[in-house]
Design a binder for this molecule. Sequence first.
Ligand SMILES: [Zn+2]
Length: 358
Amino acid sequence: MTEIADIALDAERCWEAVAARDGGSDGAFVYAVRSTGIYCRPSCPSRRPRREQVAFFALPDAAELAGFRACKRCAPREACPADPAAGVVAAACAVIAARLEQPPSLDDLGAAVGMSPHHLQRTFKRLVGVSPRAYADALRLDALKGRLRAGERVSEAIDAAGYGSPSRVYERADAQLGMPPAVYRGGGKGMQIGFTIVDSALGRLLVAATGRGLCAVSLGDDDEHLEYELRAEYRMAEIVRDDEIGAAVGVIQAYLDGRRPSMELPLDVQATAFQRQVWQALQAIPYGETRTYMQLAEGLGNPKAVRAVGRACATNPVSLVVPCHRAVGSDGKLHGFRWGLGRKQALLDMERKGAAAG
Ligand SMILES: [Zn+2]
């Protein structure tokens, strides 16, 4: 999953420029509106969003990396970069975009835009938020997602997005795509999702639901990143902040406080039949206990499917409620947890304590 660019812009001054529709700031930064997914130049004539809906980015490319689309009304990409370094970085972004199949080395990129590799690396990172290499990876992944969303066949989409082989995508799919390519194809189309982010015993807790049930439960340190991941996973869905999302949030918080062993909450998740089976098997593991991936695979009558079981655990979009933290390696060690190994350990400790206390 790509990171949201953490650009060191002076947010207060940016907001003043946006509020004043200051044309002199066009090209210095863009502002993005979370509720609409659109980014604009400061002088855009459109209605002003509420301050808390807005994020600022030094470059249009950084806003797009975070999943925002350019406003058709003010065409922010056409504003001339105010800072020469920003112009160079924008040019580097364009070079990378044009060569997705074979991303240029840092040396080649520097030569193409006329900046020393070292300086380019630093300036790029400062303005876009990630290194040129991570940017190339993200664009390629976006290209793949776009093709999958358009309904292209998985193998053809992988080819066309410039990946050497399907296995490379699948290896990284858990971490980057958030779910296997075949599942991603849906993109949450037609779903209406409300979400909220609250404090919990294990950090910030995002809970998202449709009218039918929970579609995402995730833990993290940074609200923006949590929201970004939700939007990346359900790119085609209509997503709005809804702090009145219902009783589920309290139930999950109580669970994290060790006060509620079981959470029988309705789910509304997109999954393959196999993923569903694995998730049900996870829900059947008693509170305070663990199973190995091998035991889970055997329980499903398919002992060869250990890796696939691991993958299904890693792509679980509703942490805690589908307790993928109760799955461990055959050596008893904790392997991977999308929301951090430290959190997995803390969850297991909390459950063991709770189970022992009866
Ligand atoms: Zn605009």
